[in-house]
Design a protein around this ligand. Sequence first.
Ligand code: BGC
Ligand code: ZN
Length: 355
Amino acid sequence: MRAIVTTPPERNSVQLMEVHKPEPKENEAVLKILKVGIDATDREINDGYSGVPPEGSPYLIIGHEAVGIVDEIGEKVKNVSVGDFVVPTVRRPCVQNCLNCRKGETDMCTTGDYLEHGILKLHGFASDYAVTGAGYLIKVPEEVKDEAVFLEPLSITEKGITQLLKIQERVVWKPEDVLVIGAGPLGLLATMVLRLKGFNVLNVSRNRVESTKAQIVRDVGGEYLDERENPLSTLGKKFDIIVEASGAASAALECCELLKSNGALCFLGLYREIQECDDFGKIFTNMVMGNKVSFGSVSSNKKHFEMGLKDLLEIKKKYPQVIGKLVSRELTPEKSSLAFKSDFEEIKTIINFQK
Ligand code: BGC
Ligand code: ZN
């Protein structure tokens, strides 16, 4: 079968390879893969910054955003049947099986020794067939089999937003105004989820107001500004909730100053670049004097995928065209190396294994 593999930490190693079709152990399912989404993590792996192959394997099959059909199941599998449309979660429990991993909250693993399909010590889903524990599959209705490839990134935003609302149970609060920074898939999906919850959402990113990204924000009733014409420091407004999904350290730093009193800020990016700041003291003092909270959020568990599925169905009903607009291009596995050269204003590249 075909598989998209990398050999980290080698740079630019992505290639299509012929490998053996996997077989299920007693609690596993083999999926026939329909679609796989490529994201910044996949590009980081191909750039040599992260990614670890499974023990004993010279290569790592990438891909952690996927939808497939159950093709074969182990003898103990009860929760899915052959022919079901499913989306797999990404993270698996740490070897120590810590308190959180034991509860199914692998996204909150305390040891750091967790495994991740397509990223860390487990093969991913970018292959004709892929295998995983059947207990980690989310069944999806056939009507969303095309959009379900967005369930993984959607689950990341669901986790961040759920955590934020849970944290805010600390205070009497009536949030209205939301700022989302970044209009990649995470920023756009966060914008959609927060609009479904009825918030006024302003999305700010470095894209033209005529871009598809800006259009998507407006399609779901949000407001959009190009950060290059409207720097964050000039917005002249503060927010109850901020979701930082641009991954830019400068934006992450600046938006701390844009929270209202009692507000909460969720960081979803990986802030790799060095950022100078002349006045951390002022930023921290403002956080203290306004009882503000900021926190980071990574990965997701089954609960967040299930919330994502509910919202995906609702988004599809309310804004029928909008999920489709997130797909900038669909490539065959043979052309998949193109996905690693990110285009200007690209949103999501999908690899279609049925083509
Ligand atoms: C994935 C997460 C994962 C993170 C870090 C993200 O792209 O969506 O599931 O935890 O990368 O590896
Ligand atoms: Zn753990």
